[in-house]
Design a protein around this ligand. Structure first.
Ligand code: 6LW
Length: 495
């Protein structure tokens, strides 16, 4: 099949993948969003269907007080022959923990914590043993890829944490994963930071405790010198083998909104490239150690499917719509083709859990529309990076009348750009392009344009952090009823 990258567009960072019974499952980090850790499923490695979240209960995930891009960092998913395991870090509580289940599409267990520090934990199972890896500090105080053996039933360490490898000298050695392929144990990691210098490096040893030797072709993947090219920041990946013995790499990367401006808004997305094990026993990624925008892989049958038009009928809370920092409870309900939000005192600029549900923006060229019938003091549709960077198209009460306005938050600046009087239900419309967003509302008097805002002020480069732009619906102080939602992609490529 010929496919376009990213295979999973939009805010789906830190991919980790495993195969069991001919089905592939992938997990992604979700930071301050609830429920935590996105779960997707595929039968062909190219078409991925979101199936829900791993950490669905507040007893599994406490995000109270999580700042934007805090909370859940990179997860790993593994199958030991009986159970699926998902291991991750809640950076807000500082704990590394795992949960498990026999059926990943049902409820996962309560968390088991492991007393080894660092982020990006991973598991490696072999011969009845469970190895726990992270980018931490070992029992002698040495920092790097650190490993200990654990009792998988209790999470207790069965021996010391030992530093296995310190990488190739790049900053932020992260995302360690161990694989046993043929004669060698391979340790794959990311270096360079999750920005434009990102890369994947590799080392191998004949034993899971080393000594590890770095690959002669390190970094085995980076797009840092691939220019002009829209795919940047490729790194943090995981390997998986198909039923025919072929190896593939899934990794994160991002698409610059424009080649000559270093901004990206859609977050870190998921990319796929083939992997070759050379005659000398080293791993090579893609054609030349870079990530391409498309590959032709005859070993993968079928066709890449385009993005659907997202509506309230084909989306669900916890799978497509996410809340902030806590289960939405009474604050939000999505049923019978409508979303009802019961606004509290909390607005979008606080580190809290407002009446808010959001879906990932997946294509630059897109249109999102919704009809809003609001009795709330303020309610609307927001193009939302985080609490410091969002553009809100909202209906609100102003001096006894109602109006629709475009309000922006860019860092400390909050500004009402435009407003038009509007009584009764209104249809809100956002058109996105690589350059920015155009905001309009449709009332009985016809279409009223409220203005355009550049994409770059809510990009990762301006707002900071590890997340991507979401299209959110929200309400403050009072009830708002949303209906007729659609989010359509007009991307020229397969996506
Ligand atoms: C993640 C780290 C990284 O834990 O970014 O790109 C951090 N790599 O490995 C947050 O996603």
């Amino acid at each position: 099949m010929r496919f376009q990258n990213p295979v999973i567009p939009g805010f789906y960072p830190d991919p980790s993948v495993c195969r069991a019974g001919g089905v592939y499952y992938m997990v992604h980090s979700t930071f301050q969003y609830f429920p935590g850790v996105a779960l997707s499923r595929s039968e062909d490695l190219v078409n991925w269907r979101p199936v829900g979240s791993v950490l669905t209960e507040e007893s599994q995930l406490d995000l109270r007080g999580a700042r934007a891009s805090g909370g859940v960092y990179a997860p790993t998913i593994r199958h030991d022959g009986t159970y699926f395991y998902m291991v991750t870090t809640n950076t807000t509580t500082g704990k590394n923990f795992y949960v498990r289940t026999k059926d990943p599409e049902s409820r996962w267990s309560e968390p088991v914590t492991v007393d080894q520090d660092g982020i990006d934990p991973s598991l490696f199972f072999e011969d009845g043993k469970a190895y726990f890896l992270s980018n931490g500090t070992d029992d002698r105080g040495i920092h790097g890829v650190v490993q200990c053996e654990i009792d998988i039933e209790t999470g207790k360490k069965l021996g010391p944490s030992v530093c296995l490898w310190q990488g190739t000298g790049g900053r932020f050695l992260e995302s360690p994963h161990m694989y046993h392929i043929g004669r060698w144990y391979y340790l794959m990691a990311a270096e360079g930071g999750t920005e434009y210098g990102h890369m994947i490096t590799c080392a191998r040893a004949e034993h899971p405790w080393g000594p590890f030797t770095g690959a002669p072709n390190n970094p085995i993947l980076t797009n840092r010198n691939k220019a002009p090219f829209e795919i940047q920041g490729t790194g943090h990946g995981d390997l998986v083998q198909d039923g025919q013995g072929n190896w593939y790499l899934f990794c994160l990367g991002f698409r610059q909104n424009n080649v000559w401006e270093q901004h990206h808004t859609l977050g870190r997305e998921t990319f796929l490239a083939p992997v070759t094990v050379t005659g000398g026993g080293w791993l090579t990624v893609g054609h030349d150690g870079t990530m391409d925008g498309a590959y032709d892989l005859p070993a993968l049958p079928g066709q890449q499917e385009p993005l659907p038009v997202y509506t309230f009928d084909n989306t669900a809370y916890g799978r497509d719509w996410l809340a902030l920092r806590a289960a939405p409870g009474e604050r939000a309900a999505l049923k019978d083709g409508r979303m009802i939000l019961n606004g509290t005192e909390e607005g979008l600029n606080q580190i809290g859990s407002p009446a808010f549900l959001a879906i990932r923006q997946k294509a630059f060229d897109m249109r999102a529309e919704v009809t809003l019938d609001s009795a709330a003091e303020e309610a609307g549709m927001t193009v939302y990076m985080d609490e410091t960077a969002h553009y809100d198209l909202c209906a609100r009460k102003a001096g006894g009348r109602r109006e629709v306005c475009l309000t922006i938050t860019i860092g400390p600046v909050r500004h009402v750009c435009a407003s038009v009087p509007a009584e009764g239900p209104v249809r809100l419309r956002v058109n996105g392009t690589r350059d920015g967003y155009a905001f309009a509302c449709l009332t009985e008097d016809g279409e009223r344009r409220l203005g355009e805002m550049p994409a770059k002020y809510i990009s990762t480069e301006t707002a900071g952090g590890f997340t991507g732009v979401m299209i959110g619906l929200y309400a403050v102080r009072g009830q708002a009823v949303f209906s007729g939602f659609s989010m359509e992609s007009y991307e020229k490529t397969a996506h």
